[in-house]
Design a protein around this ligand. Structure first.
Ligand code: HEC
Length: 420
């Protein structure tokens, strides 16, 4: 049998370097704990789970803390026990130590102690899970319906009609950026039209699966003004990583201004963006899938019944609806957080659609013959789809920067990286 360490003439102790090798893991532990202690809500981490920004995520954060400290106690206890056993029972002579077979006391102890720990962790966890689920079932509050599609989010406001005078126009609908007024109790009803997705805004709520054929509901308080970053958290196909979205919590006046701007035809809010009949005929092809409110572009389907486009057996894209493009000039990003919304990026999107977002259900009409001039005309039209006086709610801070002095400051890394 090999020895723990070669016996030297004078004693059984390890050499100096051997002793260091044993202390090193302990030092590493101290460093890791110190680093972890440095992570905190004050650091701006829009996709972080430990940067809660409302009561729902505070609850989840408290659970993390309970679990963290409980794990730390267990971890330190186990490490100390190992060190004790190694030192206390180290080999001192060639005699065989007493051989123990089974111990009822120990067996009971190491079954009961973990069971008690698990029960203590389970109780607060179950309470939070059930409280959050119950809050989401309320009929009160500010309701938003979200349909997850490959690979973007259709957002409708069931209680806000698209037109005040004509109820047949259905509810107000947008994509990828969910505006909600600050102070509201937001209830999100989630549904998917083909595969599973998961809706997650780490700073605002827990994550919830989106199932085709089943409505899941999630509740969060719109506690603080700001932009909160969300993403699809369930692998859903080629462009899953580019299925991001934002919740923009805005002051009530900004929200009302946004609804009013949405309902105002582009020609009335900005003389540079007339009705689609006045824009290049090339845009006509886009209307198979896109709508612009207040214009003649009202053909494309929306909602659950509208599939998001698919490829037929020959790999050809069969038209299906895409995001509603009303006020698209006011969106921070295009294609679900993939590109920052700038004229250059809009041109990139139209010319390299399938290269920047692999698998996308939008055809590349540039490859199919749109000219550079036509693309420029379309870009100008789309970027002009915003009120002449500017977009409501623009320039608000990201979620964790609630200090008014920081308005308009978006930290590097928080905005989608443009794809070259
Ligand atoms: C076959 C249906 C289809 C056609 C036709 C189509 N699109 Fe799209 N479009 C989509 C889909 C689907 C998306 C969502 C892509 C994604 O993010 O995964 C999209 C996204 C967009 C976006 C980004 C919107 C946002 O909020 O992120 C713009 C802008 C756009 N399309 C413009 C156009 C233009 C301009 C044309 C015509 C040249 C066009 N589309 C033709 C299906 C279509």
């Amino acid at each position: 049998m090999s020895r723990f360490w070669p016996r030297r003439k004078d004693d059984h102790m390890p050499s100096r370097s051997g002793r260091w090798a044993r202390v090193a893991p302990l030092l590493a532990l101290v460093v890791v704990v110190t680093l972890l202690a440095g992570c905190g809500p004050e650091v701006n981490q829009p996709y972080s789970t430990i940067s809660p920004q409302n009561p729902k995520t505070d609850d989840i954060q408290r659970l993390y803390q309970i679990i963290f400290w409980a794990s730390l106690v267990v971890f330190v206890g186990v490490q100390l026990a190992i060190v004790y056993v190694v030192l206390r029972f180290r080999r001192r002579s060639d005699e065989r130590p007493a051989q123990v077979h089974g111990s009822r006391t120990l067996e009971i102890a190491w079954t009961v102690i973990p069971a008690v720990i698990l029960i203590l962790l389970f109780i607060p966890t179950a309470r939070v899970v059930f409280d959050h689920a119950a809050a989401a079932q309320s009929d009160e509050g500010f309701h938003v319906n979200v349909i997850a599609k490959q690979w973007w989010w259709e957002i409708t406001y069931p209680n806000i009609p698209a037109s005040e005078s004509d109820p047949s126009k259905g509810p107000l609908v947008t994509a990828n950026e969910m505006l909600v007024p600050v102070g509201s109790d937001v209830i999100v009803s989630l549904e998917g039209n083909n595969v599973m997705h998961s809706f997650w805004v780490p700073q605002l709520s827990g994550k919830l699966d989106v199932m085709p054929g089943h409505v899941n509901r999630l509740h969060f308080e719109a506690a603080r003004v700001g932009d909160y970053f969300g993403e699809c958290a369930e692998y859903c196909g080629a462009a899953h990583a580019w299925m991001r979205f934002k919740v923009k919590i805005v002051p009530q006046e900004e929200f009302d201004a946004w609804v009013a701007a949405w309902r105002t035809p582009p020609a009335d809010q900005n003389p540079d963006t007339p009705d689609v009949v006045d824009v290049p005929t090339a845009f006509g092809a886009c209307l198979a899938c896109h709508r612009v409110n207040g214009t003649t572009a009202q053909v494309a389907g929306q909602g659950m019944t509208a599939i998001s486009g698919y490829r037929d057996a020959d790999g050809k894209i069969v038209p299906g609806p895409g995001p509603n493009l009303t006020l698209v000039g006011c969106r921070d990003t295009i294609a679900a957080g993939l590109l920052k919304n700038t004229p250059e990026n809009m041109e990139t999107w139209l010319k390299h659609t399938d290269e920047v977002k692999e698998g996308v259900y939008m055809p590349n009409y540039y490859k199919q013959g749109l000219t550079d001039e036509q693309v420029t005309e379309i870009v100008n039209y789309l970027e002009g789809l915003k009120p002449a006086e500017g977009c409501p709610g623009a320039g608000l801070p990201v979620g964790s920067e609630v200090d008014p002095a920081s308005v308009g400051v978006i930290p590097p890394g928080a905005v989608a990286t443009p794809v070259p």
